[in-house]
Design a protein around this ligand. Structure first.
Ligand code: UDP
Length: 461
């Protein structure tokens, strides 16, 4: 009899939206839970699980898949984001329910679903099975605040003038998530982002992949209205500790990284001398912007490592061929092991689209940034990089051409790599690196929050 009173080992299903920028943080969060004694099963879609590289190296976290209705191609096979979201929302809950039933019968039964906030229907599934429900937010506090205000009807969209939100610096339209300014461009995505907050009155936890100290006033504001906790950055501690034996299990990758070529090239470059350029897994640059960027890099005369995905390669100007050293100065690869690159001594600057993962990774590793946001939350992240954390610059867009010119790129690179500005930006980058590392270290803000979450899971009868 006494045995039956012993608490079950908590078993979390961690359900990720199927994209690179979501699977990475959710896998890493899974690993943190695992280290705290929780059994974890990472759940993604069937189509996504087929395309993941490196999954065989991920031995510690169990992997399962549900259906999004497009098992052989995911969003690419759907024809439009609207069609994808509509079908996923119909098919996903049932297949998640079937998975839970199967896991209950094979044991140990799931006790909690940590679900990507993009998939709010997972909370209803959690409730049907009497599981703890925790929403996991993969964007910053400020961006979440913007969408929260939209969902409540407190923010008029499309946004056309300066916006003041509690704890957030004044945001001009160009600092806002693009989807609340150009509301007509991707209505399905805008709806998905706003709906993240649709049923949170029923949720047990709201976990956010950020660091409390990066945005304390907004985090405090959220904590007053929701069971909100900061749990980031979801980066392996080997990188934060600068132990470069590295974690082969960093993450799943949709694209195959050119690991050896990249790291061999970097190892020949002097300390702090390389400009690393990447626009993440989704952004598509205008051809004009690609050319300006190429010329800006060339004019800066710095070493550069540039990630140009295969689908973007044809936009490269002559002389910047993919997969070759473009001159004495540059290397272009189709994908790289970004964390290893950012942690490398040779790095001096990260030219980024300021996606939230890339931003958080650079903050955590103390790398100054040049933020050239493209869409969604990136402009708000760029605002924080330049004006709040003061660890980078945001080059000005030439309004007439709608691009950042090569002169502006050259000038900003030089400011961070060579001039007076360099010292202050580097000092700030070092400061944020320390703060971030402490947050996930024992007793730090994120570590305490994860401990609290796990303790409550263990205590649940
Ligand atoms: N990334 C990578 N190799 C690359 C470029 C990016 O591993 O060559 C990873 C990067 O470390 C980050 C993710 O891809 O974790 C991109 O996420 P982010 O939120 O920055 O941008 P998104 O791809 O969602 O636009």
């Amino acid at each position: 009899m006494e045995n039956s009173r012993e608490p079950l080992q908590p078993h979390c299903l961690v359900l990720s939206y199927p994209s690179q920028g979501h699977i990475n943080p959710m896998l890493q969060f899974s690993k943190r839970l695992l280290h705290k004694g929780v059994k974890v099963t990472l759940v993604t879609t069937r189509s996504m699980s087929k395309t993941l590289h490196g999954s065989s190296s991920c031995t510690s976290v169990a992997l399962e898949a549900i259906s999004d209705g497009f098992d052989d191609g995911g969003i690419g096979a759907a024809g439009s984001p609207e069609a994808y979201i509509e079908r996923f929302w119909k098919v996903g809950p049932d297949t998640l329910g079937e998975l839970i039933k199967r896991l209950i019968s094979s044991g140990p039964p799931p006790t909690c679903i940590v679900y990507d906030s993009f998939l709010p229907w997972a909370l209803d599934v959690a409730r049907n099975f009497d599981l703890v429900g925790a929403a996991f937010f993969t964007m910053s506090c400020a961006v979440n605040s913007v969408f929260y205000h939209c969902q409540k009807g407190w923010l008029e969209v499309p946004v056309k003038k300066q916006v003041l939100l509690p704890g957030v610096p004044p945001l001009e339209p160009q600092d806002m998530p693009s989807l609340v300014c150009d509301v007509g461009t991707y209505p399905a995505f805008t709806g998905m982002l706003v709906n993240q907050f649709s049923n949170l009155d029923k949720v047990d936890w709201v976990l956010c992949n950020t660091v409390y100290e990066l945005d304390p006033e907004v985090a405090d504001w959220f904590m007053k209205i929701l069971p909100f906790r900061t749990v980031g950055p979801t980066i392996p501690s080997t990188y934060l500790d600068n132990r470069l034996e590295q974690d082969n299990e960093y993450g799943f990758s949709i694209f195959q990284p050119e690991h050896d070529t990249t790291m061999r090239w970097l190892s020949t470059k002097p300390k702090g001398s390389v400009v690393y350029v990447s626009f993440g897994s989704m952004a598509e640059l205008k051809i004009d912007q690609m050319h300006e960027l190429a010329m800006g890099l060339k004019r800066s005369n710095c070493y550069f490592l540039w990630v140009v995905r295969s689908s973007e390669a044809e936009k490269l100007p002559q002389g910047f061929a993919n997969g070759t050293e473009t001159s004495q100065k540059g290397l272009i690869v189709t994908w790289c092991p970004q964390l290893e690159v950012l942690a490398h001594d040779a790095l001096g600057l990260f030219v980024t689209h300021s996606g939230w993962n890339s931003t958080l990774e650079a903050v955590s590793l103390g790398v100054p940034m040049l933020a050239i946001p493209q869409w969604t939350d990136q402009a708000t992240n760029a605002k924080y990089i330049m004006d709040v954390w003061k660890m980078g610059l945001r080059p000005l867009v030439d309004e007439e051409r709608g691009v950042v010119t090569s002169e502006e790129i050259e000038n900003c690179i030089r400011k961070v790599m060579e001039r007076e500005t360099r010292k202050k930006i580097r000092e700030n980058a070092g400061k944020w690196r320390k703060i971030t590392k402490e947050a996930v270290g024992e007793g730090g803000s994120s570590d305490r929050n994860i401990e609290e979450f796990v303790a409550k899971l263990v205590a649940k009868p």
